[in-house]
Ligand binder design. Structure first.
Ligand code: 2DT
Length: 218
């Protein structure tokens, strides 16, 4: 019997909002409990030559202008596309921490034009599901600050605005994962967030009926 392709599942959202923790939990669930073929990736992939330039930029060791670093982030996705396509067609579900949506939202937050930002990623693999981690704006229990570039509250708030614009104009399947509890006071517990995600992912994987993979933003 022909192999059914895996799903391309993207975790998106601001820094320090729980994407990595949840993507690891999902990976364990899909591989150990469901017996599925699955791999986790993240962008930027700092292990490649382009990724190492991005890493140095994020750590403020080198500088690029805003257009150049945007193109490097995009190239870092393009250099993975063949492997990602092969894996999907072999039946692997790919769980990916950040994708072109981070690319666009972070660069738009610096003032660049959305059309230009999107153009470099047109034709990448189109996700089957985008899990958008967000918070109620009134909540104050998340810290966005860290040592790398972009990790300030004011910049993250700008990025959040552009993520929400992308979310509302996107033709991909997005699901919102609100990480704050319903009283707006604290983070929801990990298990309840994970259960919500598993439901979205199950529906997404059940809904994949053909091995064709669409192209992003085409
Ligand atoms: P991590 O902390 O998740 O490693 O991300 N970024 C990411 C961009 O500006 N453009 C992109 O295309 C991508 C994928 C988000 C490091 C930072 O890089 C930002 C945070």
């Amino acid at each position: 019997m022909a192999v059914k392709r895996g799903g391309l599942i993207i975790f998106e959202g601001l820094d320090r909002i729980g994407k990595t923790t949840q993507s690891k939990l999902l990976y364990d669930h899909l591989t150990l409990e469901c017996g599925l073929l699955c791999e986790r990736l993240s962008f930027p992939d700092r292990s490649t030559q382009i990724g190492s330039l991005i890493d140095s930029y994020l750590q403020r060791k080198i500088d690029f202008n805003d257009h150049t670093i945007h193109l490097l982030f995009s190239a870092n996705r393009w250099e993975s596309i063949d492997l990602m396509r092969t894996k999907l067609l072999q039946g692997y579900t790919l769980i990916v921490d950040r994708y072109a949506y981070s690319g666009v939202a972070f660069t738009q937050a610096k003032g660049l034009d959305i059309k230009w930002c999107q153009s470099c990623d047109v034709g990448l693999l189109k996700p089957d599901l985008v899990l958008y981690f967000h918070r109620n704006k009134q909540s104050n229990c998340l810290s966005f600050t860290g040592d790398e570039r972009y990790e300030t509250k004011s910049f993250q708030e700008k990025v959040e605005f552009y993520f929400e614009q992308l979310r509302s104009s996107s033709s991909e399947q997005w699901k919102d994962v609100n990480v704050i509890d319903k009283h707006n006071v604290e983070m929801r517990d990990k298990e309840s967030i994970q259960n919500e995600i598993r439901l979205y992912v199950k529906n997404c994987l059940d809904g994949i009926k053909s091995n064709h993979i669409d192209e992003l933003w085409k």
